[in-house]
Write a protein that binds this ligand. Structure first.
Ligand code: ATP
Length: 933
């Protein structure tokens, strides 16, 4: 029985909860149906969908596009509406709400409210029929769609994130931007733009964001930020950051910079806090008076401007400068003078405030209205004008405000308007006017373009660039000194460990792995650094090539125009100037990379020396490891050198094309002149001979040039060009240690005491041990196969032209032995072993590809550069490798090695591609690709 009672109780409980659920659901459904029907009736959605949806859809699409980054900028003015919460006075006044925010883009002004009889405010029911109340204003029930509607629950930070944040990135990308708050007095413009200490506004968040982005900028960029802050009060411009002058500033139109305020103070804040202090200071200087609607009403239009200058050095072609400006504007209240000054007039009357003051206040209101009316006129004209027709007249000159906002409104500026409104019916007219204004502004089309110019640096800017570079260098030097100190400390620790403390133990392999890991990291770093360095060198070579071409152009110009090229007339757009600047930039970059490479090499060298001190010089495994790593480096360097050669060749080929065109034109002109003169019988014998010689050359007849005739312009020109193929870093490869193949057994020494002190053992893992063992096994097997002999090759260099002239069948000129049989310059064929003597003893031959750059720094263009650089050498191309050895030796040594053979099989044969882009196997000099010059 008990169990039956219990189950009945449970059933009853279940039924009760089911009932409760059902009734709450029904209630909920009834409520939502009621709400639905109410809002459906109120909004007459069918019509609304027809009218509003296309605009809404397009606005949404644009939002999505901007978010996804597919559209960088919108060419339409963005309009946002912010509805502030009711103030205490408005709430206690009990006036009806004039705004209903429907969703994030739609609001209804003066909505129709239905009462219980389902009639609107202006209707009444009589005998079951609806009648309009005569004398009652019908509800406007106007629907407005904007880019975003912010209801009264939105905070300033949210407004910033959804309206202005994207402009910060645009500013950094070189676009002008403007955000202005428009609305009736007391509607929340100042609250939105400036905010307060506890609730900062859009300007605060913008500046903070901007500084954050500036801090994150990359190394190749230089950003300069400056600000100014002014107000337009009574049609007069005052500097808010320099109020002591008390001067009214003139507004002037500049053909280059647009509309500018004369003598406006410009400040460069140190950091975000400094900037905010300035902003606060400016705000304190702003003109404010109490009005009916706002106890702290701003009676002026305040314009806060941030200018950003961005210099980008990342391109090898040219330096780009972007100058962009962001204006954040808090307009004065847009209201009727009668509304704002009602109580002030009363005060004037009661307290006998001097007549002149009351006049001043009236004039203030009049001027605010004048400028806002002018703004309205501009908005109307812009919204109705066709952006494609440039001639439509916009009355910007109607007021100072519109003149200053000219760029922001219809020009090259991304602009957003934040229209602020009060939801209270007390401000019915002002709110309606604001919404109509804002709605019109939506139609304004903007004309956006990036404010970027590509220029070279002016000499006067060298100082600032030098300063920043010097700062970087001193930072790096400090870091270097610190690292050196740390190294010294570590070394002293190492030295305390007895060298004979090496005893075999189980830990040895894993510890060796730890060392290997550190070395792996260092070698990886070396690969990256060398690549960067070679890229830098490659850029410098390309610049040298362009400078050389430019030199030829200038020479041609001199020959053609019979006048000297005026170097003093070089402008910033002259390619020569731009090339110098790039050279300066890359030279500095190279110096800092040189230091890093040197540091990395010395670290590797130190570990290598320490290891060898403890394991002996002939430890095959360790030697082998270093050889492999060096080989990897060389392989990568080789690939880069090849890429560089191709790029240089491309530049030369494009020059060749241009020369070809020029030649054809010249030949035509010569022929014409020759026939004219000949026809007239005025051809002199000298001219006739010159023409015949030219004809021979055109026909391709070859003339003889002695190969050691270094005074020959053909040889010297060729050398100049050839030297650009070689990269200094590539030609000074690190030394690969020799593998001792005579040792059959691989011994692993215990280095426990030393490494226990210095490296954390946790880093070693069984996997690493396994790797090390497998590496050892594979190397062992390759040792058995190989029979390495080290070939000793002279480290001395031959001159570049020797080899090239002997082998290049495409040359226009033949190079024949030593014309004068000079003892200092013997033929390499007859005396190969002394070729080095010739190279180093003959002063004419000292200009090898590697020191070519350094030598050329003594005169000509480089002299100019040195002057600009304060006499500093542009780049010290001396080899920084701690191991001085020759590449050829390396090749010979590894030619027989099995793993090197695999490279050969993959098409990197030292005889084929190695000879093409790297070095010849026969001598130590670089071998260059053959091209017709
Ligand atoms: N979104 C909001 N949330 C809370 N308070 C607000 C908001 N907007 C405005 N207020 C308050 O309303 C009052 C008037 O605002 P504010 O001074 O920003 O108006 P305004 O449009 O700048 O007026 P004026 O043109 O006269 O300078 C201030 O006390 C402000 O704190």
């Amino acid at each position: 029985m008990d169990s039956i009672f219990k189950s009945v109780e449970v059933m009853a409980e279940a039924m009760q909860s089911y009932d409760r659920l059902w009734s709450s659901q029904t209630q909920h459904r009834i409520q939502s149906e009621h709400k639905m029907s109410k809002s459906l009736k109120r909004l007459s959605f069918e019509k609304l969908e027809e009218e509003v949806s296309p605009a809404k859809r397009s606005a949404k699409w644009e939002d999505r596009a901007v978010e996804s980054g597919s559209v960088e900028t919108s060419n339409r003015m963005r309009v946002y509406v912010r509805v502030r919460p009711l103030s205490d006075t408005e709430e206690s006044g009990g006036a009806k709400k004039s705004i209903d925010v429907i969703d994030s883009q739609l609001l209804v002004f003066d909505p129709i409210e239905l009462d219980d009889n389902q009639t609107t405010d202006d209707q009444y029911v009589y005998h079951g029929k609806r009648y309009r109340e005569i004398g009652r204003r019908p509800n406007k029930n106007l629907q407005f769609v904007f880019d975003r509607v912010f209801g009264d629950s939105f905070e300033n930070i949210q407004i910033y994130e959804q309206s202005t944040k994207k402009f910060v990135q645009s500013l950094l990308n070189g676009y002008n931007c403007a955000v202005f708050a428009y609305g009736a007095t007391g509607s929340g413009k100042t609250h939105t733009m400036l905010g307060s200490q506890d609730d900062p506004g859009v300007i605060f968040f913008t500046t903070m964001d901007l500084f954050r982005q500036i801090e994150d900028k990359c190394e190749d960029e230089k950003l300069e930020l400056s600000i100014s802050y002014f107000e337009i009060y009574n049609e007069v411009v005052f500097d808010l950051l320099d109020p002591t002058s008390g001067k009214a500033l003139a507004v002037r139109e500049d053909s280059r910079r647009g509309v500018v305020v004369n003598n406006l103070s410009v400040h460069q804040p140190k950091d975000a806090n400094h900037l905010l202090e300035m902003l606060e200071y400016g705000n304190r200087n702003r003109t404010q008076h109490p009005t009916d609607a706002n106890a702290e009403s701003s009676r002026s239009h305040a314009v806060f401007q941030i200018s950003l200058k961005k210099q980008d050095y990342s391109s090898t072609q040219e330096m780009s400068i972007q100058i962009s400006k962001m204006s954040l504007i808090d307009l004065a209240g847009s209201e009727r003078a009668s509304t704002a000054y009602k109580s002030i007039r009363k005060e004037v009357f009661l307290h006998s405030i001097p007549h002149i003051r009351s006049k001043g206040l009236q004039r203030e209101g009049g001027n605010i209205n004048k400028s806002l009316l002018a703004l309205g006129n501009c908005i109307t004209a812009l919204a109705s004008s066709d952006p494609k027709k440039k001639c439509s007249y916009i009355p910007y000159r109607g007021s100072k405000l519109t003149l200053l906002l000219r760029d922001s409104l219809g020009g090259n500026c991304q602009t957003a308007m934040i229209a602020t409104v009060s939801p209270s019916g007390l401000h019915y007219e002002e709110t309606h006017n604001t919404l109509v204004y804002a709605d019109r502004a939506k139609g304004i089309q903007l004309n956006l373009k990036k404010n970027q110019i590509s220029v070279g640096l002016q000499p006067r800017n060298y100082n600032s660039l030098m300063e920043s570079q010097n700062r970087k260098i001193s930072d790096l030097s400090e870091q270097l000194a610190q690292l050196r100190h740390e190294n010294e400390m570590l070394r002293s620790k190492i030295d305390t460990v007895p060298k004979n403390a090496i005893v075999a133990s189980n830990d040895s392999i894993s510890l060796l792995n730890v060392v290997k890991n550190s070395l792996d990291l260092l070698f990886e770093e070396r690969l990256g650094l060398r690549e960067k360095l070679m890229e830098c060198e490659s850029n410098l070579k390309k610049i040298d090539l362009r400078l050389l071409f430019r030199k030829y152009d200038i020479e041609r110009h001199r020959l053609m125009a019979s006048e000297e090229y005026d170097m003093s007339s070089i402008t910033k757009s002259d390619p020569l100037q731009s090339l110098y600047n790039q050279k300066l930039h890359f030279s500095d970059q190279k110096s800092s990379l040189d230091l890093k490479v040197e540091e990395n090499e010395s670290k590797i060298k130190r570990i290598e020396t320490d290891l060898k001190e403890r394991t002996g010089d002939d430890d095959w495994l360790i030697n082998r490891y270093f050889i492999d790593e060096n080989m990897k480096t060389e392989f990568k360097d080789k690939s880069f050198a090849e890429k560089h050669s191709i790029e240089i060749a491309k530049e030369i080929l494009s020059r060749l094309d241009a020369n070809e065109e020029l030649m054809t034109e010249s030949v035509k002109l010569n022929r014409h002149s020759y026939h004219c003169l000949n026809g007239m019988g005025r051809l002199s014998e000298e001219l006739g001979n010159a023409f015949t010689s030219l004809l021979r050359k055109v026909e391709g007849k070859k003339s003889v040039i002695w190969k050691d005739d270094i005074s020959s312009p053909v040889i010297s020109k060729r050398r100049e060009v050839e030297s650009l193929f070689a990269l200094p870093t590539y030609t000074a490869l690190p030394k690969t240690p020799q593998a001792n193949t005579s040792r059959a057994l691989v011994s692993v020494h215990d280095i426990t005491p030393y490494y226990h002190n210095n490296i954390t053992p946790e880093k070693s893992t069984p996997l690493m041990t396994k790797n090390m063992n497998s590496m050892r096994l594979s190397l062992n097997s390759s040792v058995n196969k190989s029979n390495t002999k080290v070939a000793v090759v002279s480290a001395n260099k031959r001159t570049d032209s020797d080899h090239d002239c002997e082998n290049n069948p495409l040359n226009d000129t033949f190079t024949i032995g030593d014309k004068r049989n000079n003892a200092m310059t013997p033929s390499p064929k007859s005396k190969p072993s002394t070729s080095s003597n010739r190279t180093f003893s003959d002063p004419r031959n000292r200009k090898s590809p590697n020191n070519n750059y350094r030598n050329s720094g003594q005169k000509g263009y480089n002299n100019q550069y040195r002057e600009g650089n304060g006499g500093r050498s542009p780049a010290t191309y001396k080899s920084r490798s701690p191991y001085q050895y020759t590449n050829n030796r390396y090749n010979n040594q590894w030619n027989r090695d099995s793993s090197y053979n695999s490279y050969q099989n993959n098409g990197y044969n030292s005889q084929s591609s190695g000879r093409q882009y790297g070095r010849s196997n026969r001598s130590d000099k670089p071998y260059y690709p053959r091209f017709r010059f």
